[in-house]
Write a protein of this length. Structure first.
Length: 334
């Protein structure tokens, strides 16, 4: 089984809410949407009139953590499972796409009814490498994204890793592994169901060659390698040309996946092993038809996300190519 989707709200969507996006994705004949978890703000505030309610029950608020004073008056985070008390301080997240857990649960049922698989993608500029201030922010984004994805039925939370900076690749790997282990620990403590995925990057200055992502997945159990074929093609300076090139990629990531693959595809312009820009699929030399043959030859269960500037257009274009390749294969069998 294969399904096509897009990275974000359809460009043709008249409304900009998640409800509009899910309905339009279904209307376009697509079955997956990667929610872009961007432009959020978190503020602390005192509990107002929510005493006795659990954070998930509060209407018109996304409370992603609660700080509660101990006997000595020191505030510590306790999560969002317990009913709110008068002296609590809540961390409220403001997001342009949803305003409450109640809304997210309604969207979960809508997506399930329309057979639209939901995933999350955290901001593209992340830093799990340097252990600086941005690293703390990046970790928070991944945890917050997991909380919201969990509520809306999201299957994966996809993340970038960040720049090497002044660190060696070995030092960068050590920091990334430690940070991802911490994130995994928090996901377990918070009982979050979405799987953590880390994406191949498209530039040499960024942590995220295919080999590095695979090593990360080996070192942190349960983490998934997310192949963005456009990024990988650029980073390998045009290394994905023949079916065997794509097959080698699947052979490398197969040990980490069970019943489904989840990948990104787009056109890409590159130079000297570095991505210059993501482009429509018809531009550049990365051919979806070649990938389609590999998918159909192996009968992969796969979700393919269009990250092209022509989001839904290129998702539909890939679906058309897949159907043509499948038809030719069926005709040959007769």
């Amino acid at each position: 089984m294969y399904r096509f989707g897009l990275a974000g709200i359809p460009l043709s969507c008249k409304g900009r809410t998640l409800k509009d996006a899910i309905e339009d994705t279904h209307r376009l004949g697509l079955h997956a949407m990667e929610i872009q978890f961007l432009r959020v703000n978190v503020q602390e505030r005192n509990v107002v009139d929510e005493v006795g309610l659990k954070p998930r029950e509060v209407e018109n608020a996304l409370i992603i953590d609660v700080l509660r004073p101990d006997e000595e008056g020191n505030y510590t985070p306790i999560g969002i499972e317990s009913p709110l008390e008068e002296d609590d301080i809540v961390l409220e997240l403001f997001w342009n796409l949803a305003s409450s857990y109640v809304e997210l649960r309604i969207l979960k049922e809508l997506a399930r009814e329309l057979d639209v698989q939901i995933t999350f993608h955290t901001p593209y500029y992340m830093d799990l490498v340097s252990n600086g201030e941005l690293t703390e922010n990046s970790i928070n984004y991944i945890i917050w994204g997991g909380i919201l994805a969990n509520e809306v039925g999201g299957k994966y939370v996809v993340n970038h890793v960040g720049l090497y900076g002044n660190l060696s690749k070995a030092e960068a790997m050590k920091n990334v592994v430690n940070n991802v282990k911490y994130i995994k620990k928090r996901y377990k403590e918070l009982k979050l169901k979405p799987k953590l995925g880390f994406e191949v990057s498209g530039k040499q200055v960024l942590f995220g060659s295919l080999e590095e992502i695979i090593q990360l997945c080996k070192k942190v159990k349960g983490v998934l390698p997310i192949v963005n074929f456009a990024h990988l093609h650029a980073r390998t300076n045009g290394g994905l040309k023949e079916q065997k090139d794509f097959q080698e990629v699947f052979n490398k990531i197969a040990p980490f996946w069970k019943d489904e693959y989840y990948v990104h595809f787009a056109g890409v312009l590159y130079e000297n092993g570095n991505e210059r820009m993501i482009a429509p699929i018809k531009r550049g030399d990365l051919k979806f038809e070649t990938l389609a043959h590999v998918i159909l030859n192996n009968e992969y269960n796969i979700t393919i996300i269009s990250s092209s500037p022509l989001l839904e257009h290129d998702a539909a274009y890939m679906r058309t190519i897949m159907e043509r390749v499948l038809l030719r294969k069926l005709m040959k069998r007769k």
